[in-house]
Design a protein. Structure first.
Length: 117
């Protein structure tokens, strides 16, 4: 299994970013997918999940109304549109299989998101 996250960067508070995660090694379209993040000195936390067809999504309270998770099963890719970014969103963002709890113990390299003025 492999996850390749991309799209992170440095953005000012209130800005937007779109993250992508290309997955391989399993039948992507058969499983829910989630985004997670890990801030410096903190445990990795779940951010958002999307079920296999994309029809149902869930979000952590901290990002609800600002982030949108989506997927393209033809491209084996899951996305995270992040709007109205706050400094507390600064973290390395990862994806994994599952709606909330990560299925695989191995992770990609993640993509760094830094929100700072």
């Amino acid at each position: 299994v492999q996850f390749v996250e991309s799209g992170g960067g440095l953005v000012k508070p209130g800005g937007s970013l779109r993250l992508s995660c290309a997955a391989s090694g399993f039948t992507f379209s058969s499983y829910g997918m989630s985004w997670y993040r890990q801030a410096p000195g903190k445990k990795r936390e779940w951010v958002a999940g999307i079920e296999r067809t994309g029809m149902s999504t869930n979000y952590a309270d901290s990002v609800k109304g600002r982030f949108t998770i989506s997927r393209d099963n033809a491209k084996n890719t899951v996305y995270l549109q992040m709007n109205s970014l706050k400094p507390e969103d600064t973290a390395v963002y990862y994806c994994n299989r599952g709606m909330v709890f990560p299925f695989f113990t191995s992770w990609g390299q993640g993509t760094q998101v830094t929100v700072s003025s």
